[in-house]
Design a protein around this ligand. Structure first.
Ligand SMILES: [Ca+2]
Ligand SMILES: [Ca+2]
Ligand SMILES: [Ca+2]
Length: 148
């Protein structure tokens, strides 16, 4: 195990992603592996890269990198920010609020029931500031709270 936690792995990944494109290329990966105490030749680095590079872009995503290190992204700890970004994709009119129609697409994507009363229940229960509108943040907080 090279890393104590997924967070550490993430930090290492972004530290060595020098051009900040979200992927490690052969050179960046070489630096990362050396920092991890390994001493691969550039040729070995490229072999490693090819062996995990499912997207065939000659770069390694963080998921591929964590797989290489024998760690996986913790499924239970989705951050609020992450969830908000995901929900924001369903905010079709980009007004920052999720209306009933948009909520249905969120629920559909999560494999949840689309029954009218279920949708209304969420719209009502998750509207924490009671302004009659469900903001992206309210929905994210609500969904996170429920999965605990
Ligand atoms: Ca990069
Ligand atoms: Ca909206
Ligand atoms: Ca609200």
């Amino acid at each position: 195990m090279f890393f104590e936690s997924y967070k550490e792995l993430e930090d290492c990944f972004s530290l060595f992603d020098s051009n900040r494109n979200g992927y490690l290329n052969a050179e960046e990966l070489g630096h990362a592996l050396r920092a991890m105490g390994l001493n691969p030749s550039q040729c070995q680095v490229e072999k490693i890269l090819q062996s995990v590079d499912r997207s065939h872009r000659n770069e390694m995503s963080i998921d591929e990198f964590s797989q290489l290190c024998g760690m996986s992204r913790p499924q239970t700890k989705i951050s609020k920010q992450h969830l908000m970004r995901r929900i924001a994709k369903f905010d079709a009119d980009k007004n920052g609020f999720i209306d009933a129609r948009e909520l249905k697409s969120v629920l559909r994507a999560n494999g949840e029931s689309l029954e009218e009363n279920h949708v209304e229940e969420i719209l009502r229960d998750f509207d924490t500031n009671r302004d009659g509108k469900l903001s992206i943040e309210e929905l994210a907080v609500g969904l996170l709270g429920r999965s605990k």
